[in-house]
Design a protein around this ligand. Structure first.
Ligand SMILES: Cc1ncc(COP(=O)(O)O)c(C=O)c1O
Length: 393
C-alpha cells in the first residue's frame, strides 16, 4: 500500500526535509562527544531525584500516576512562577503552560502561529531543532545574521524595512536565543535587546525568546527580553533540561494569555503528572538559587578548560569568541569544510557538530563548527581539542 498517498500536502512537504536528528551521526561508545549539548553527568542530580520520587510516592501514593490529582503538578507551576520572578518576569496563572521540554514549547508556538503562508525569522545560525520544527510548518524562513554580540539588530531592521517596501509580509515571530546562544555562545547586549523590542513594536511581530541557557551565566546575568517587555510582544520559552535533568522533560511557555490558551488547546498529550510532580518534589527539597550558583561555577571551570585547550592546540587560522555562559563555543575555521572534517574526527574518536546544520542555507555554515564544553570530563575535553587541533594542522 502507498501510505505516502494518505498524507495531506503539508505533511508530504514536511517529510521532504532532512530527517530529524540527521546532524548527529552514530557515535561509537568511546567517542569524545564534544558534540553533545547535554548537562555534565555528575551535575544531574540523580540521587536527589531518587529521594524526590520516594517521597512523592510515600506521600501521594497513586496520585501522580493518574491523569489528574497530584497537588504537586500545580505546585510546580507556582515554583516556576516564583523562579521567573527571580529573573524579573512576573506572570499570572493563565500566562503559563508547562510543556514537555522547551522543544514542545517551540513546537506548540509554531503550530498555533505558522502555516505555509506565514513567515518566521530566525538567527543565522540558530538551534537546529528549532529549524527542524519550523520547517514542519513553513518554508518561509528569513535568516538574520549574527556577530560576536548575537543577533545583528541593525541588519534585522534593514531586512524588515526592505520587506515592507516590497510589500512582503512581516514575520509572525522572530525566534531568538539572546542569552548564551546555541550554537554560538553569544549574548545579546542590552542596547540590542531594547532595539529588538522596539523593532517588534514598529514592524508588528512577536519575539519568541528561548532562554534554555539563561540561568547559566559565568559573569553578569543578562536580563531576559521578557522582563523588559511592556507590550506583550515576547513569548518566553523556558526549560529545566540544562539546570536539572533533560529526561524529566520539563519546559514551559510564558506569554500572553490568548497565545498560551491556543497552545494548551493543541497540547493533546495532557500533563505529565509523574515527571512534573517529581520535578516539584525535587525543587521543594533543594535550594535552587544555590544549585544554579554551583552550576555556574562548574560550567565556568569547564569553559575555562576548553578555552585553554583551544588556545594551546588550535592553529592560528581558527578563531572563536569566549562564551559568557551556557554550554557552547563556536569555531570559525576558514577554508575547511567542517562536515568533511567531522568524518576524519570521528575516525580519531572525537565528535562535534558541523556548522551547516544550524543554517537555513547549509553552505553558510560550512566553515564553522560547534563544540560543547558541558558534557565530557575535562581531561577528555582537552584530549578531544588536541586531536582536532592535530587534524587541522
Ligand atoms: C536553544 C535550545 N532551546 C531549547 C532546547 C530544548 O531543550 P528541552 O526540550 O530539553 O527543554 C535546547 C536543548 O538543547 C536548546 O539548546
Amino acid at each position: 500500500m502507498n501510505y505516502e498517498s494518505l498524507f495531506p500536502t503539508n505533511v508530504k512537504v514536511a517529510l521532504m526535509n532532512d530527517p530529524p536528528g540527521a546532524w548527529m551521526p552514530q557515535l561509537p561508545e568511546s567517542c569524545i562527544r564534544l558534540s553533545a549539548g547535554y548537562p555534565a553527568p555528575e551535575l544531574v542530580p540523580s540521587e536527589q531525584v531518587r529521594s524526590a520520587v520516594n517521597r512523592l510516592i510515600h506521600q501521594e501514593r497513586d496520585l501522580p500516576l493518574h491523569y489528574l490529582g497530584s497537588p504537586r503538578v500545580d505546585f510546580l507551576r507556582a515554583q516556576l512562577q516564583e523562579r521567573l520572578k527571580h529573573r524579573g518576569i512576573d506572570i499570572r496563572e493563565h500566562e503559563l503552560l508547562v510543556t514537555s521540554g522547551g522543544c514542545q514549547a517551540i513546537d506548540l508556538i509554531a503550530k498555533v502561529l505558522l502555516d505555509d503562508a506565514c513567515v518566521v525569522a530566525v538567527e543565522a545560525p540558530t538551534y537546529m531543532e528549532a529549524l527542524e520544527i519550523f520547517r514542519n510548518y513553513t518554508h518561509q524562513i528569513v535568516s538574520v545574521p549574527m556577530d560576536e554580540w548575537g543577533l545583528q539588530t541593525d541588519v534585522l531592521e534593514t531586512v524588515l524595512t526592505k520587506r515592507t517596501d516590497a510589500g512582503l509580509p512581516m514575520p509572525r515571530f522572530l525566534y531568538t536565543i539572546p542569552s548564551f546562544h546555541n550554537p554560538t555562545g553569544t549574548t545579546l547586549p542590552l542596547e540590542r535587546r531594547l532595539k529588538l523590542l522596539k523593532l517588534a513594536e514598529a514592524f508588528d511581530f512577536l519575539i519568541v525568546e528561548d532562554d534554555a541557557y539563561g540561568e547559566l551565566s559565568f559573569a553578569n546575568a543578562p536580563v531576559p527580553l521578557k522582563a523588559m517587555d511592556r507590550s506583550g510582544r515576547v513569548v518566553y520559552v523556558g526549560s529545566l533540561s540544562k539546570v536539572v535533568a533533560p529526561g524529566l522533560r520539563v519546559g514551559w511557555i510564558a506569554g500572553p494569555q490568548t497565545l498560551v490558551h491556543a497552545c494548551s488547546w493543541f497540547k493533546k498529550d495532557l500533563d505529565h503528572p509523574f515527571a512534573q510532580a517529581t520535578m516539584a518534589a525535587y525543587l521543594q527539597d533543594v535550594d535552587f538559587t544555590k544549585r544554579v550558583e554551583a552550576l555556574r561555577v562548574a560550567y565556568r571551570k569547564r569553559r575555562d578548560t576548553m578555552m585553554r585547550a583551544l588556545d594551546t592546540y588550535m592553529p592560528a587560522f581558527a578563531s572563536w569568541h569566549v562564551p559568557e555562559g551556557g554550554f557552547f563555543v563556536w569555531l570559525h575555521i576558514p577554508e575547511i569544510d567542517t562536515t568533511k572534517l567531522l568524518y576524519k574526527a570521528l575516525d580519531r574518536g572525537v565528535s562535534f557538530v558541523p556548522g551547516q546544520y544550524f543554517f537555513v542555507n547549509p553552505a553558510d555554515g560550512r566553515h564553522f563548527l560547534r563544540l560543547s564544553f558541558s558534557y565530557v570530563d575535562e581531561e577528555q575535553m582537552v584530549k578531544g581539542v588536541q586531536t582536532l587541533g592535530q587534524l587541522l594542522t
